[in-house]
Ligand binder design. Structure first.
Ligand code: FE2
Ligand code: FE2
Length: 305
Protein backbone atom coordinates (compact mmCIF):
# COMPACT_ATOMS: atom_id res chain seq x y z
CA UNK A 1 0.00 0.00 0.00
CA UNK A 2 1.47 3.32 -1.04
CA UNK A 3 1.43 6.05 1.60
CA UNK A 4 -0.61 8.94 0.25
CA UNK A 5 -2.78 6.72 -1.96
CA UNK A 6 -6.56 6.54 -1.78
CA UNK A 7 -6.14 2.98 -0.50
CA UNK A 8 -4.05 4.34 2.39
CA UNK A 9 -6.65 7.02 3.20
CA UNK A 10 -9.46 4.44 3.19
CA UNK A 11 -7.46 2.03 5.37
CA UNK A 12 -6.74 4.49 8.18
CA UNK A 13 -10.14 6.16 8.07
CA UNK A 14 -12.05 2.86 7.96
CA UNK A 15 -10.04 1.40 10.82
CA UNK A 16 -10.69 4.51 12.87
CA UNK A 17 -14.44 4.59 12.31
CA UNK A 18 -14.89 0.82 12.75
CA UNK A 19 -13.22 0.80 16.15
CA UNK A 20 -15.53 3.47 17.56
CA UNK A 21 -17.06 2.61 20.95
CA UNK A 22 -20.56 3.76 21.79
CA UNK A 23 -21.05 5.00 25.36
CA UNK A 24 -22.46 7.88 27.34
CA UNK A 25 -20.16 9.25 30.12
CA UNK A 26 -23.17 9.79 32.39
CA UNK A 27 -24.19 6.12 32.36
CA UNK A 28 -20.73 4.58 32.81
CA UNK A 29 -20.32 2.26 35.83
CA UNK A 30 -18.83 4.95 38.09
CA UNK A 31 -17.96 3.26 41.39
CA UNK A 32 -18.79 4.54 44.85
CA UNK A 33 -15.38 5.35 46.34
CA UNK A 34 -14.14 4.54 49.80
CA UNK A 35 -13.04 7.71 51.68
CA UNK A 36 -9.32 6.90 51.18
CA UNK A 37 -9.77 6.38 47.42
CA UNK A 38 -11.83 9.54 47.13
CA UNK A 39 -9.14 11.51 48.94
CA UNK A 40 -6.49 10.13 46.61
CA UNK A 41 -8.51 11.00 43.51
CA UNK A 42 -9.19 14.50 44.82
CA UNK A 43 -5.47 15.01 45.52
CA UNK A 44 -4.44 14.42 41.90
CA UNK A 45 -3.27 17.91 40.90
CA UNK A 46 -3.95 17.82 37.17
CA UNK A 47 -7.73 17.37 36.70
CA UNK A 48 -8.25 21.03 35.81
CA UNK A 49 -5.54 20.75 33.15
CA UNK A 50 -6.93 17.46 31.78
CA UNK A 51 -10.43 18.94 31.61
CA UNK A 52 -9.18 22.01 29.77
CA UNK A 53 -6.98 19.95 27.42
CA UNK A 54 -9.89 17.74 26.38
CA UNK A 55 -12.21 20.72 25.80
CA UNK A 56 -9.49 22.42 23.78
CA UNK A 57 -8.90 19.21 21.80
CA UNK A 58 -12.60 19.01 20.88
CA UNK A 59 -12.56 22.65 19.76
CA UNK A 60 -9.39 22.28 17.65
CA UNK A 61 -10.46 19.09 15.89
CA UNK A 62 -13.97 20.46 15.22
CA UNK A 63 -12.57 23.71 13.78
CA UNK A 64 -10.06 21.84 11.61
CA UNK A 65 -12.76 19.42 10.37
CA UNK A 66 -14.66 22.42 8.97
CA UNK A 67 -11.74 23.22 6.65
CA UNK A 68 -11.39 19.71 5.19
CA UNK A 69 -12.98 19.02 1.80
CA UNK A 70 -12.34 15.29 1.40
CA UNK A 71 -15.55 13.61 2.66
CA UNK A 72 -13.81 10.45 3.94
CA UNK A 73 -11.24 12.40 5.98
CA UNK A 74 -13.92 14.84 7.10
CA UNK A 75 -16.15 12.08 8.51
CA UNK A 76 -13.27 10.46 10.43
CA UNK A 77 -12.07 13.83 11.77
CA UNK A 78 -15.61 14.72 12.85
CA UNK A 79 -15.71 11.46 14.80
CA UNK A 80 -12.41 12.30 16.50
CA UNK A 81 -13.75 15.74 17.42
CA UNK A 82 -16.84 14.14 18.98
CA UNK A 83 -14.67 11.71 20.92
CA UNK A 84 -12.53 14.55 22.30
CA UNK A 85 -15.66 16.44 23.35
CA UNK A 86 -16.94 13.25 24.96
CA UNK A 87 -13.63 12.95 26.86
CA UNK A 88 -14.23 16.47 28.21
CA UNK A 89 -17.78 15.46 29.19
CA UNK A 90 -16.46 12.31 30.87
CA UNK A 91 -14.01 14.40 32.93
CA UNK A 92 -16.81 16.85 33.74
CA UNK A 93 -19.02 13.99 35.00
CA UNK A 94 -16.13 12.70 37.13
CA UNK A 95 -15.43 16.19 38.54
CA UNK A 96 -19.08 16.58 39.55
CA UNK A 97 -19.48 13.04 40.83
CA UNK A 98 -16.42 13.05 43.08
CA UNK A 99 -16.39 16.73 43.90
CA UNK A 100 -12.98 17.42 42.38
CA UNK A 101 -11.45 20.87 42.48
CA UNK A 102 -11.18 21.57 38.75
CA UNK A 103 -12.96 24.73 37.59
CA UNK A 104 -13.72 25.30 33.92
CA UNK A 105 -11.17 27.70 32.44
CA UNK A 106 -12.09 30.07 29.60
CA UNK A 107 -11.11 28.69 26.20
CA UNK A 108 -8.12 30.35 24.50
CA UNK A 109 -8.38 31.85 21.03
CA UNK A 110 -7.31 29.14 18.58
CA UNK A 111 -5.93 31.69 16.10
CA UNK A 112 -6.28 31.88 12.34
CA UNK A 113 -3.94 29.00 11.36
CA UNK A 114 -6.07 26.05 12.40
CA UNK A 115 -4.06 23.48 10.37
CA UNK A 116 -0.86 24.30 12.29
CA UNK A 117 -2.88 24.23 15.52
CA UNK A 118 -4.20 20.78 14.58
CA UNK A 119 -0.67 19.50 13.83
CA UNK A 120 0.66 20.92 17.10
CA UNK A 121 -2.21 19.24 18.87
CA UNK A 122 -1.61 15.90 17.06
CA UNK A 123 2.09 15.72 17.89
CA UNK A 124 1.30 16.87 21.42
CA UNK A 125 -1.11 13.93 21.72
CA UNK A 126 1.63 11.55 20.54
CA UNK A 127 3.94 12.84 23.30
CA UNK A 128 1.23 12.89 25.99
CA UNK A 129 0.04 9.41 25.08
CA UNK A 130 3.52 7.86 25.06
CA UNK A 131 4.19 9.19 28.57
CA UNK A 132 0.59 8.47 29.59
CA UNK A 133 0.99 4.78 28.67
CA UNK A 134 3.80 4.45 31.23
CA UNK A 135 1.99 6.45 33.91
CA UNK A 136 -1.19 4.44 33.43
CA UNK A 137 0.71 1.18 33.82
CA UNK A 138 2.37 2.40 37.04
CA UNK A 139 -1.02 3.55 38.40
CA UNK A 140 -2.65 0.24 37.40
CA UNK A 141 0.09 -1.81 39.05
CA UNK A 142 0.05 0.34 42.20
CA UNK A 143 -3.77 -0.04 42.34
CA UNK A 144 -3.81 3.69 42.78
CA UNK A 145 -7.58 3.75 42.30
CA UNK A 146 -10.24 1.02 42.20
CA UNK A 147 -10.24 -1.14 39.09
CA UNK A 148 -13.70 0.03 37.98
CA UNK A 149 -12.45 3.59 37.74
CA UNK A 150 -9.17 2.58 36.10
CA UNK A 151 -11.19 0.61 33.53
CA UNK A 152 -13.01 3.81 32.56
CA UNK A 153 -9.63 5.52 32.10
CA UNK A 154 -8.49 2.50 30.06
CA UNK A 155 -11.25 3.19 27.54
CA UNK A 156 -10.09 6.77 27.29
CA UNK A 157 -6.49 5.62 26.76
CA UNK A 158 -7.62 3.26 24.02
CA UNK A 159 -9.35 6.13 22.23
CA UNK A 160 -6.23 8.28 22.52
CA UNK A 161 -4.21 5.44 21.00
CA UNK A 162 -6.62 5.35 18.04
CA UNK A 163 -6.28 9.13 17.73
CA UNK A 164 -2.50 9.12 17.46
CA UNK A 165 -2.46 6.24 14.95
CA UNK A 166 -5.05 8.12 12.90
CA UNK A 167 -3.07 11.36 13.19
CA UNK A 168 0.28 9.84 12.16
CA UNK A 169 -1.38 8.29 9.10
CA UNK A 170 -3.21 11.53 8.27
CA UNK A 171 0.07 13.44 8.56
CA UNK A 172 1.98 10.99 6.31
CA UNK A 173 -0.92 10.94 3.82
CA UNK A 174 -1.08 14.74 3.70
CA UNK A 175 2.70 15.18 3.35
CA UNK A 176 2.93 12.50 0.65
CA UNK A 177 0.26 14.27 -1.39
CA UNK A 178 2.09 17.58 -1.13
CA UNK A 179 4.92 16.22 -3.27
CA UNK A 180 8.41 14.79 -3.06
CA UNK A 181 9.92 17.69 -1.12
CA UNK A 182 7.39 17.51 1.73
CA UNK A 183 7.76 13.71 1.71
CA UNK A 184 11.55 13.90 1.86
CA UNK A 185 11.69 16.39 4.72
CA UNK A 186 8.81 14.82 6.66
CA UNK A 187 11.10 13.36 9.42
CA UNK A 188 12.42 16.89 9.99
CA UNK A 189 8.88 18.26 10.00
CA UNK A 190 7.94 15.69 12.66
CA UNK A 191 11.03 16.57 14.71
CA UNK A 192 10.09 20.25 14.50
CA UNK A 193 6.58 19.56 15.84
CA UNK A 194 7.84 17.17 18.55
CA UNK A 195 10.27 19.81 19.79
CA UNK A 196 7.40 22.31 19.95
CA UNK A 197 5.35 19.74 21.90
CA UNK A 198 8.21 19.14 24.37
CA UNK A 199 8.66 22.89 24.77
CA UNK A 200 4.95 23.33 25.58
CA UNK A 201 5.03 20.41 28.01
CA UNK A 202 8.04 21.90 29.84
CA UNK A 203 6.22 25.23 30.10
CA UNK A 204 3.21 23.44 31.55
CA UNK A 205 5.38 21.55 34.04
CA UNK A 206 7.01 24.82 35.14
CA UNK A 207 3.61 26.49 35.62
CA UNK A 208 2.31 23.43 37.50
CA UNK A 209 5.31 23.52 39.83
CA UNK A 210 4.81 27.21 40.54
CA UNK A 211 1.11 26.64 41.24
CA UNK A 212 1.77 23.71 43.56
CA UNK A 213 4.64 25.29 45.45
CA UNK A 214 3.57 25.83 49.02
CA UNK A 215 0.66 23.41 48.61
CA UNK A 216 2.09 20.02 49.38
CA UNK A 217 -1.38 18.43 49.49
CA UNK A 218 -0.73 16.45 46.34
CA UNK A 219 2.77 15.26 47.05
CA UNK A 220 1.88 13.00 49.95
CA UNK A 221 -1.20 11.52 48.31
CA UNK A 222 0.35 10.94 44.93
CA UNK A 223 3.49 9.44 46.41
CA UNK A 224 1.61 6.12 46.53
CA UNK A 225 1.38 6.28 42.78
CA UNK A 226 5.06 7.07 42.31
CA UNK A 227 6.47 4.95 45.10
CA UNK A 228 9.87 3.60 44.04
CA UNK A 229 9.74 5.75 40.89
CA UNK A 230 12.78 5.43 38.74
CA UNK A 231 13.26 7.03 35.36
CA UNK A 232 14.57 3.96 33.57
CA UNK A 233 11.68 1.86 34.82
CA UNK A 234 9.24 4.56 33.72
CA UNK A 235 10.76 4.73 30.24
CA UNK A 236 10.69 0.94 29.97
CA UNK A 237 7.01 0.99 30.91
CA UNK A 238 6.27 3.68 28.31
CA UNK A 239 8.12 1.71 25.66
CA UNK A 240 6.58 -1.67 26.51
CA UNK A 241 3.08 -0.27 26.83
CA UNK A 242 3.42 1.57 23.54
CA UNK A 243 4.41 -1.69 21.80
CA UNK A 244 1.57 -3.60 23.44
CA UNK A 245 -1.04 -1.00 22.58
CA UNK A 246 0.17 -0.57 19.00
CA UNK A 247 0.11 -4.33 18.39
CA UNK A 248 -3.69 -4.39 17.94
CA UNK A 249 -3.70 -2.06 14.95
CA UNK A 250 -3.77 -3.33 11.39
CA UNK A 251 -0.17 -4.03 10.28
CA UNK A 252 -0.42 -1.84 7.17
CA UNK A 253 -1.14 1.28 9.24
CA UNK A 254 1.71 3.56 10.27
CA UNK A 255 2.35 4.03 13.97
CA UNK A 256 4.10 6.86 15.83
CA UNK A 257 7.76 5.81 15.66
CA UNK A 258 9.84 8.82 16.69
CA UNK A 259 9.36 8.60 20.48
CA UNK A 260 9.61 4.77 20.69
CA UNK A 261 12.87 4.93 18.71
CA UNK A 262 14.22 7.70 20.89
CA UNK A 263 13.21 5.77 24.03
CA UNK A 264 14.83 2.61 22.68
CA UNK A 265 18.18 4.43 22.15
CA UNK A 266 17.90 6.08 25.58
CA UNK A 267 17.15 2.74 27.25
CA UNK A 268 20.16 1.08 25.61
CA UNK A 269 22.36 3.92 26.87
CA UNK A 270 20.85 3.72 30.35
CA UNK A 271 21.37 -0.04 30.49
CA UNK A 272 25.02 0.34 29.54
CA UNK A 273 25.54 3.14 31.99
CA UNK A 274 23.45 1.88 34.87
CA UNK A 275 24.94 -0.48 37.43
CA UNK A 276 21.56 -1.01 39.09
CA UNK A 277 20.02 -4.43 39.34
CA UNK A 278 17.77 -5.45 36.49
CA UNK A 279 14.19 -4.35 36.79
CA UNK A 280 12.03 -7.19 37.99
CA UNK A 281 9.76 -8.59 35.29
CA UNK A 282 6.15 -7.50 35.54
CA UNK A 283 3.64 -10.17 36.36
CA UNK A 284 0.65 -7.89 36.68
CA UNK A 285 -2.32 -8.45 34.37
CA UNK A 286 -2.92 -5.26 32.42
CA UNK A 287 -6.31 -4.07 31.17
CA UNK A 288 -7.59 -5.36 27.85
CA UNK A 289 -6.52 -3.30 24.86
CA UNK A 290 -9.84 -2.79 23.17
CA UNK A 291 -11.02 -0.49 25.92
CA UNK A 292 -14.50 -2.06 26.06
CA UNK A 293 -16.40 -1.14 29.19
CA UNK A 294 -17.92 -3.71 31.53
CA UNK A 295 -21.05 -5.27 30.07
CA UNK A 296 -20.32 -3.92 26.61
CA UNK A 297 -20.51 -5.81 23.38
CA UNK A 298 -17.04 -6.48 21.94
CA UNK A 299 -16.37 -4.55 18.78
CA UNK A 300 -14.45 -5.36 15.65
CA UNK A 301 -10.91 -4.71 16.90
CA UNK A 302 -11.51 -6.88 19.94
CA UNK A 303 -12.87 -9.77 17.91
CA UNK A 304 -9.90 -9.60 15.57
CA UNK A 305 -7.25 -9.72 18.30
FE1 FE2 B 1 -8.96 13.15 24.42
FE1 FE2 C 1 -7.27 12.43 21.50
Amino acid sequence: MRIGSQEHRDAFCTHFTQTYIEYDPKTLPWPVLEPADLKRLQAVPFWEEVFYTERRAGAIVAAFTETVGDPVLKAALAMQGEEETRHANLIRVMIDKYNLDAPERPMEDLGPDIETRFKDFGFGECLDSFLGFGLFKIAWQAEFLPRELMQIFATLMYEETRHIVFFINWMAYTEARRGWLARTVSPLTSLHYYLRAVHRMMGLARRGKQMNDGQNFAATQVSVFLDGFNFRRFLEDCYAENSRRMSVFEPELLRPSFLPQLASVALKALRLWSVRAEVEPNTVVLPPLHGALPGEKPHLAQVNQ
